[in-house]
Every structure is written in C-alpha cells, then in structure tokens.
Design a protein around this ligand. Sequence first.
Ligand SMILES: Nc1ncnc2c1ncn2[C@@H]1O[C@H](COP(=O)(O)OP(=O)(O)OP(=O)(O)O)[C@@H](O)[C@H]1O
Ligand SMILES: [Mg+2]
Length: 227
Amino acid sequence: MRFEGITLAYGHKTILRNVSVVIEPGEFVFLIGGSGSGKTSFIRMLIGDFPPKGGMFIDNQGGNVYSYRSRAMARYRRNIGVIFQDFKLLKSKTVYENVAFAMEVSGYDDLHISARVPEVLSQVWLLSKTHQFIHELSGGEVQRVAIARALIHDPDVIIGDEPTGNLDPKNSAEIMKILTELHESGKTVIVATHDSAMVDRMKKRVIAFDEGQVVSDERGGGYSLAK
Ligand SMILES: Nc1ncnc2c1ncn2[C@@H]1O[C@H](COP(=O)(O)OP(=O)(O)OP(=O)(O)O)[C@@H](O)[C@H]1O
Ligand SMILES: [Mg+2]
C-alpha cells in the first residue's frame, strides 16, 4: 500500500498533513504517537472510510483506491480485518454466535459459517470457549473474539486500533502473540498502540505521528527512539 500526500481535514481542522508512507505486503508496523496525533484517522484512511486529499495505491491494481467504485471498494475492504478500539460484541450472546452473526451479516450461508467459525476461533486459541457467553469471558478473551471476527474473510491485512488498550500485561502479551502468529502466517499487521514497553520489545517497524504528520519511521525501532 502506497500512501501519497494524504491530507485530511474536518471542517477547518487539519487532521492528517501530507502523509506519504509505503507499507509492503507481509510487514508488521506499529503506529505510535500521543492522543490526538492521528493514528485512528490514518487507520480510517487505510480502510477507505472516506476520501482524503492524496492517494493510496496498491501494487498490480490500477488507480487510486479512493476513487474505486463501490464494488471495488467493497472487495478492497473485505481483504482487511479490523479490530476496533471499541469492539462491539453482543454481550448476551455466545462466542460462536458473535462470530457467526458477523458472517451472516456478510452474507455467508450456514454451511460456511459452521465450518469457518471453529477455524477462526482456533486461530485465537478460543475453541474451548466456543459456547461461553461474552459476559463470562476475561478482557483478553473478549479481545480475542474481536480478532476472530476480523479474520472471517481470511484477510491479507489485519489492523488493530489499540487492541491491548484495556488489558493487563499478560493478556496484552497474548494478543501480541496472536498478532505475531498471524504475521508469521504471511499477513500484513498494522497496530496503533500506546504500549511503549511492547513496541520496544518487539523491534518492528515503528511509524510515529505527531499533529497529523509522520515524524519518524524506523525499522526495528522502539517507542523511545521515535520521541
Ligand atoms: N469525526 C471527527 N471530527 C472532527 N475531528 C475529529 C474527528 N475524529 C477525530 N478528530 C480529531 O482528529 C485528531 C486526530 O484524532 P485521532 O483519533 O486520529 O487520534 P489518535 O492518534 O487515534 O488518538 P488516541 O491515541 O487518543 O486514540 C484529533 O484532534 C481529533 O480530535
Ligand atoms: Mg485512536
């Protein structure tokens, strides 16, 4: 994915300023920066939520993603699994029902659903909790259900917006382990986070935002390096 001169404004407020970044297939990238620096906004650009000024281009696929027509955009988005900051799970339903519901909404039939749900639950080590209710799970397990839901289309790109935001160190480490496994299986993983210790430990590429600009981009970097 090649971003060229992404500039985004809400009204008179400029949120992203001339962001140009290339993310190669199969990379693991952290997005860091203070609150309000533009991480979530950049993620929305990755998903193609709405068109900014500038362009996003994908190898071997012609044209600016932001000018895709609705069908091409839907195809593009299907290849991205997003774990949102405020993941909305149905608390009074089971783990199985939550993932199955997301598949129903996407138009899968029952046969596909009953085959696919156990696959994605095993990718996040939750097979044994298939029939537990969400309100019976720990915070880390709930977050893993959110990851399972992001995997239903077997996307090439996984994006997490502070996926370990409300978790203790042990649960955070588990989530990062799962994201690492997904990365090792060939997926591109992009994670916005405030967890400096995690970023330092993992030695991945780190893109730092400040006031809507990319202020550093280091391979094998750490949180402190980018300050
Ligand atoms: N819908 C919106 N309308 C107007 N301003 C917005 C909107 N969404 C975000 N902003 C502003 O854009 C700026 C960047 O916000 P963004 O959510 O991208 O930051 P962030 O780096 O994700 O912060 P955090 O670490 O707190 O999640 C902030 O100043 C925010 O107030
Ligand atoms: Mg954010």
